[in-house]
Ligand binder design. Structure first.
Ligand SMILES: Cc1cc2nc3c(=O)[nH]c(=O)nc-3n(C[C@H](O)[C@H](O)[C@H](O)COP(=O)(O)OP(=O)(O)OC[C@H]3O[C@@H](n4cnc5c(N)ncnc54)[C@H](O)[C@@H]3O)c2cc1C
Length: 238
């Protein structure tokens, strides 16, 4: 496993609680839209075993041609050791990046694509949408639906409806409106539904989508293939 130590080159305050850390792209490193990394903080591999409290999975919120690896995360006042250290890092601080993998590349199957996310989960979808704007081949249209109770919505300059691009974006601030809208979107029985958020959020979305007749193979989760059956093969309650 290759570990890349690299430097933070910019920190963007997206909202009062959400920051994007842009880190230098190690030479030769590339990734697909929808990819995630392991982000390690100084000392994570100092002992015999890696210190898990200094490592987190993070989606890459940028595309390779943006020349930086973007990591977008929410840091609340009450937070983990990992986030409390991350919060103190500055431009020039070193972080480690390893194990890059994409579970959710944009499928180009001539279908309508629905991107369902909660909060900072939208970061996973930013590169998918940028990739689609650059090349819409074999994607009918994209619709994004994001729920964030803080009402401080992310990336609103990109997630802005544009009929010429066949892109629609919706932000809601409560779960009731969110699931009502998911039901409406699920009227498209041939769509592809990507879902990103907490495991509890995934389970609820899958339940609503399955109730509306969406099949497991139409639902894309940011999980490794081995983990998918845990979420996608279950019997609906009668
Ligand atoms: C494939 C994949 C991609 C991912 N991509 C991203 C991504 O792009 N961005 C991202 O942010 N996360 C992402 N995650 C999730 C990420 O790995 C972390 O699990 C998540 O950010 C939570 O971080 P944390 O454990 O450091 O907890 P925190 O975010 O610090 O805390 C989680 C919750 O617990 C509360 N809490 C924590 N500590 C305390 C305390 N001491 N006292 C009281 N309350 C406390 C916090 O307020 C918060 O509500 C991804 C996960 C996977 C598997």
């Amino acid at each position: 496993m290759q570990i890349y130590w690299t430097k933070i080159n910019k920190i963007i305050e997206e909202t009062p609680e959400i920051k994007t850390y842009l880190v230098d792209c190690p030479e030769g490193l590339t990734w697909e839209e929808g990819a995630h990394i392991h982000l390690g903080l100084e000392g994570f591999n100092a002992g015999e075993k890696p210190n898990r409290s200094l490592v987190r999975h993070m989606s890459i919120s940028t595309l390779p041609h943006e020349n930086s690896i973007g990591i977008t995360t929410r840091i609340k006042e009450q937070c983990s050791e990992f986030k409390s250290i991350l919060r103190t890092l500055e431009v020039g601080s070193e972080v480690a990046i390893f194990k890059i993998h994409s579970n959710v590349p944009l499928k180009r199957e001539d279908k309508n694509v629905y991107l369902l996310s909660s909060g900072v989960g939208l970061a996973t979808f930013r590169p998918l949408v940028l990739d689609y704007f650059e090349r819409a081949d074999n994607v009918n249209q994209i619709h994004s639906l994001n729920v964030d109770s803080s009402k401080d919505f992310l990336f609103t300059n990109i997630f802005e409806s544009a009929s010429d691009k066949k892109f629609t974006s919706q932000f809601v601030d409560n779960r009731k409106d969110y699931y009502e809208e998911v039901k409406n979107l699920a009227a498209d029985k041939d769509g592809l539904f990507y879902v990103v958020g907490s495991d509890e959020f995934l389970v609820q979305n899958i339940e609503v989508l399955r109730e509306q007749g969406i099949k497991p193979e139409q639902i894309m989760l940011d999980k490794r293939e081995q983990q998918l059956p845990e979420f996608l093969s279950f019997d609906l309650p009668i």
